[in-house]
Design a binder for this molecule. Structure first.
Ligand code: NAD
Ligand code: HSE
Ligand code: NA
Length: 815
């Protein structure tokens, strides 16, 4: 014998009812069944609403009642063929007549007691079970309507009556022995021994099912609802939450304490006592496995689920008067109990100097008041501080029996929270080791849940959640690189990268699950118009742990948001130089923010693309070295242009080639003007701990005066042809001396110069070719001979590779 129960959401309309009927039909072919029904979806609420209207002397209850009656009659007509309808319609009409009388009474005397309330709501289950029993008969089943008021005996605590089990079990057993067939039982309702209708409180229909399962020693109990079982976390907050296949009774209890909404295991008690396995199934996905809750689960996961409680305040009672004084905690908790304040979590360290208590925020003021009055004299005498309250907190908890005697569970929990910059204000774990709870800020809750979910459930891979602004040359190359390396990263480095947001200057698009990267997903017309604020808000609202903003634009506007991004605990990786080469103060603010909050801000590709220049310089400085001089060819495009020039092509043509090859900035005048190099030497100087401002850099521009202010890049390239002669001349002069033209930067004594020089064959820059960069660091340690870094310093692939490496580096930090 199996007991199956369907809640209101499973029988809310004709479609769902039809599904339910076929589930029952199918199951009844396999095993003997008893079915428990709640009222049709929404009916209980409406029955109560009518009563409250009537009590307030508001006649509009009549219209609501009429609607309800119509809805029920309509369902009967849809479920039962015409020739068998009349008796069922009569049953429903009689019930509604009774209800009408009842409400009229309430309307007249303006009173609505718990006793009346129980009677009023009982109509919901009585009608639904009756109608559905008839529908099952029509489907050919030997269905028998059972009014549970005849079988479940309770005391007279209306609204939440206590079951008298010996009598109830006997009544159910006797009834079942005499009445074979498919029992169709009203959930939720019961009666006293005087025959007064009572109800069983929260999740009462589940309770009815469990009572029958226990009394009839059922082989299993199935609770059919609108979700596929108990999930590892609240799916509204954790998008990657999955169904827990198996849970023990105690784990289910522990999870539900935190309001896991699916089952309320207190109601499962009767079934648990008899060790009846409980299945949670989804009416709308009947094939889904669901969750099995049983005595000992075979689920070997370290933890089973993550749960939370919101709207918590932390109360701190502290002072020297607590140390080694017996009875203080008894007074604290006694006082709270007398004030009806429920204690959610307790923590006291062995120094005994303070007791920390989590309570519902609604109780916080009252709790402080009663405690300060209880300890009035201690506070006056300075033996105890005033009670401190931290509002807006939440409790986050991991639950699972396998944590017992298994080292590492708490380590993983705190590491995941710490890595995501989430501060833990209090901790509790009992010796049952079934639950570890931490109190954190309410505003960190969603991120914390996701961080823990990732740490405990999503294989053992760390996931980096990327939001990419700028899907141009570098952005596209980066996406391709991520796609091509993903499998290797997952398998060998336990690292997963998901892109959830993409934007260019015109459009943006999002994907909570991560974009499919098999073809580069470029935002387009079909997506959303780009709006930077909306982009960032959406990123924050997804609230992933390990999020990173990758800025592959050259945009000042985007760079201006970095501070806000870091503040929202999202890391930044960027080849965009605008932030670091702006006002010195801004640069410092970003560095400080990232350092103090331990949120990474990585920009290796700001200088010399993928060449390890910034990291190397940072290492030198960290190890105590001092930079004396920096010399560099820092522009891939400028080196290309002046190397190619010597092969004979006109200047304007090689500039166009450099752009074509992806070496130049989006506007090549940023390279030719020396601005790009000026930015780079400025950044290098700042990384070398020099207080460098833009005014400290003198720049020689290569952009002819009449080209500087042309609007379009194409027009500029055309106009540049007028100046080919000038550059040919410069080249000839250098050739004559057997020298080469190099566009370089030198930083020494707090001043930098950027410009074109002619170098002879003894100069290290003489041998550079193509898009090469070369950087010479003369430092206190590298004094006699400088440290030299050289290689291609511009281009889509070498830049994307540098950005990619920074992203992977984040993975290492966040592991
Ligand atoms: N090309 C290289 O070799 C190289 C090397 C190192 C660093 N960089 C840097 O990489 C960055 C990107 O260069 P690129 O060559 O890919 O440029 P690109 O012009 O090809 O791409 C820029 C992208 O950014 C988008 N964009 C611009 N402003 C935007 C805004 N406000 N909001 C949203 N999207 C915006 C554009 O639509 C485009 O998709 C630049 O900062 C550049 O300095 C380039
Ligand atoms: N336009 C830049 C790209 C690298 O920042 C260059 O030519 O070096
Ligand atoms: Na670099």
């Amino acid at each position: 014998m199996k007991i199956v129960k369907f809640g209101g959401s499973s029988i809310a309309d004709l479609d769902s009812i039809t599904t339910v009927l076929s589930i029952i039909q199918k199951a009844s072919q396999e095993e003997e069944l008893a079915v428990v029904f709640s009222a049709f979806g929404g009916v209980t609420e409406n029955l109560l609403k009518c009563a409250h209207l009537a009590r307030q002397n508001d006649p509009s209850y009549q219209a609501l009642l009429l609607d309800m009656e119509k809805r029920h009659l309509q369902l009967v007509k849809q479920l039962i063929p015409v020739q068998k309808q009349s008796s069922v319609l009569t049953y429903v009409k009689v019930r509604f007549n009774e209800l009408e009388d009842l409400y009229h009474g309430i309307f007249l005397i303006k009173e609505f007691s718990p006793r009346t309330s129980d009677y009023v709501v009982s109509f919901g289950e009585r009608i639904s079970a009756f109608v559905l029993a008839e529908a099952l008969k029509v489907a050919g089943l030997n269905a028998r309507f059972v009014d549970a008021r005849d079988l479940i005996r309770t005391n007279d605590r209306f609204g939440n009556a206590k079951v008298i089990f010996p009598t109830t079990n006997q009544l159910i057993y006797d009834y079942y022995s005499k009445n074979k067939g498919l029992l169709v039982i009203t959930g939720f309702v019961a009666s006293t021994d005087k025959g007064e209708t009572t109800t069983l409180g929260r999740s009462g229909s589940d309770y009815t099912a469990a009572i029958f399962a226990a009394a009839l020693k059922a082989t299993s109990l199935e609770i059919w609802t609108d979700v596929s079982g108990v999930m590892t976390a609240d799916p509204k907050l954790v998008y990657s939450a999955i169904t827990i296949p198996q849970l023990s009774y105690s784990e289910a209890m522990e999870l539900s304490h935190f309001g896991a909404k699916v089952v309320f295991p207190a109601t499962m008690q009767p079934a648990m006592r008899r060790k009846v396995p409980v299945y949670i199934k989804n009416t709308f996905q009947p094939e889904a496995e669901g969750t099995l809750i049983c005595e000992t689960s075979e689920n070997t996961k370290l933890i089973k689920g993550i749960s939370s409680l919101s709207h918590i305040s932390l109360l701190n009672v502290q002072g020297s008067g607590l140390v080694e004084v017996v009875g203080v905690s008894s007074r604290v908790f006694g006082t709270l109990a007398r004030a009806q304040v429920n204690v959610v979590l307790i923590s006291q360290a062995s120094s005994e100097h303070s007791i920390c208590i989590a309570i519902k925020s609604d109780d916080a003021d009252l709790a402080r008041e009663v405690l300060e009055s209880e300890f009035h004299y201690e506070i006056l005498a300075g033996e105890m501080d005033k009670v401190q309250i931290m509002p807006n907190m939440a409790v986050i908890a991991v639950v699972g029996e396998n944590m017992k005697h298994h080292p590492g569970a708490s380590g993983r929990l705190f590491q995941a929270l710490g890595r995501n910059n989430i501060n833990v204000s209090a901790i509790a774990q009992g010796s049952s080791e079934l639950n570890i709870s931490a109190v954190i800020k309410q505003s960190d809750l969603q991120k914390g849940l996701n961080a823990l979910h990732e740490a405990f459930f999503l294989s053992d891979n760390k996931v980096l959640h990327v939001f990419l602004i700028g899907v141009g040359l570098i952005g596209k190359a980066l996406i391709k690189m991520i796609q091509s390396q993903l499998a290797k990263l997952q398998e060998e480095y336990m690292l997963d990268i998901k892109i959830h947001g993409l934007a260019n200057s015109r459009f943006m698009s999002f994907d909570e699950d991560g974009f499919d990267l098999s073809t580069v997903p470029v935002p387009a017309e079909k997506d959303l118009p780009m709006n930077l604020q909306v982009f960032l808000n959406t990123m924050n609202s997804m609230n992933f742990s390990n999020s990173v903003l990758v800025d592959c634009t050259a945009s000042q506007e985007v760079a201006d948001t970095y501070e806000r991004v870091l503040e929202s605990k999202v890391a930044i990786v960027t080849p965009n130089k605008k932030a670091n080469s702006g006002p010195l103060e801004k640069y410092k603010v970003l560095k400080k923010l990232s350092g103090q909050r331990n949120i990474k801000f990585l920009y290796e590709t700001n200088v010399a693309a993928g060449l390890p220049v910034i990291n190397t310089l940072q290492d030198l400085i960290l190890s105590g070295d001092k930079v004396i001089k920096i010399e560099g060819v820092l522009s891939g495009s400028m080196n290309y242009i002046f190397s190619e020039l010597s092969k004979g092509a006109p200047f304007s043509e090689v500039v166009a080639q450099a752009k074509e090859k992806g070496y130049t900035e989006p506007d090549p005048r940023d390279d030719l003007s020396g601005m790009d190099v000026a930015r780079k030497i400025l950044i290098l100087g700042r990384e070398a701990e020099q207080e460098l401002h833009f005014e400290d850099v003198s720049v020689q521009s290569m952009v002819p005066e009449d080209c500087a202010h042309l609007d379009s890049v194409d027009v500029f390239l055309e106009k540049l042809k007028d100046h080919d002669g000038h550059f040919k001349q410069l080249l000839a002069e250098a050739d004559q001396k057997n020298e080469k033209l190099r566009f370089m930067a030198v930083l020494e004594n707090g001043k930098a110069t950027v410009g074109l020089k002619s170098v002879d064959s003894t100069h290290p820059f003489y041998s550079l070719v193509g898009s090469d960069n070369m950087i010479l660091f003369t430092t206190e340690r590298y004094h006699e001979f400088p440290m030299i870094i050289r290689g291609p310093g511009a281009g889509a692939d070498v830049t994307a590779a540098g950005v990619f490496a920074d992203i992977i580096r984040l993975g290492n930090y966040s592991r």
